[in-house]
Design a protein around this ligand. Structure first.
Ligand code: GLU
Length: 273
């Protein structure tokens, strides 16, 4: 089952003829009756990738499943770079975010989270012939990450002597590491596996494979919208129970040969608060 599915998922869901949402829906922040705006990444193969008008990746599959369960037939995907996620929710530019978005206490001060729906870990992407084996080898090295990410914050705390360059998206980092201009890219192992498997980087880049954090992916939503949080959690529970979560894992992480840590996945959901 090693077929490449990137690009296969349609951006618009036209499946559900939702029976649920009728009449005035002032109770939940998820758009009008049928449409929903969802923030995803656009440049992370295997997670959230935009190619022309099609969207693919694990986050996209989970988002489409949840949207359908919420009775939404018109999904509009919006780009949600790491540092803009809280603002996009707070200013109603998106209803939900599925964008490798780790649940943290700091973020919980501004937004609420459903989930988690996946647990990843921070790792390093380096040149295939690099001898970097973990954060301990990063002192004085040129490292790349993204503004507003837990990856950048964690690594700066762990290795104060690293020379960190931050961009808006990880794809730029992968490019610079592949050109030998930077020594490593740090972020979640899920994301790194997606880049390493790209045709352009095959044999040139490798994931170190020694995760040094726990990244619990939540579904970002308007702070305090407990009702929407519960609806999303119900959909996530159903997705695991009916086998769709497993399928999404296999379709999106299989091609990159990414091994999911089954001791923590699929994760137990947090309480909505
Ligand atoms: N999961 C981490 C975070 O939420 C890193 C990946 C990302 O920037 O989206 O910050």
């Amino acid at each position: 089952m090693n077929t490449r599915r990137f690009g296969a998922a349609a951006g618009t869901v036209v499946l559900a003829l939702g029976l649920a949402a009728c009449g005035d829906s002032g109770d939940s922040g998820a758009g009008d009756d049928k449409s929903i705006k969802i923030g995803i990444k656009f440049d992370q193969p295997g997670l959230g990738l935009k190619e022309g008008n099609s969207y693919s990746g694990f986050d996209v599959d989970v988002a489409n499943y949840v949207a359908k369960e919420l009775g939404k037939t018109d999904v509009q995907f919006v780009q949600a770079p790491s540092k803009q996620r809280e603002d996009l929710i707070a200013t109603d530019q998106v209803d939900l975010i599925f964008a490798t978005y780790s649940i943290t206490d700091e973020r919980k001060a501004k937004v609420s989270f459903a989930g988690p729906y996946f647990i990843a870990g921070q790792d390093l992407l380096v040149a295939a012939d690099s001898d970097i084996t973990g954060p301990d080898d990063l002192d004085g090295k040129k490292l790349c990450s993204v503004t507003g990410s837990t990856s950048a914050t964690n690594v700066q705390e762990k290795v104060p002597g690293v020379q960190l360059q931050e961009f808006d998206g990880y794809s730029k980092c992968a490019e610079l590491v592949s050109k030998g201009q930077l020594d490593a890219l740090t972020t979640d192992n899920t994301i790194l596996a997606g880049y390493a498997a790209q045709e352009a980087y095959k044999g040139k880049l490798k994931v170190v494979g020694a995760p040094f954090s726990e990244e619990r992916y939540g579904v970002g939503l308007k702070k305090g919208d407990t009702e929407l949080c519960k609806q999303v959690n119900d959909a996530l529970t159903k997705m695991v129970e009916d086998g769709s979560w497993d399928k999404a894992v296999e379709n999106n992480f299989g091609p990159a040969d990414f091994k999911v840590d089954e001791s923590v996945n699929p994760p137990k959901l947090d309480e909505c608060s």
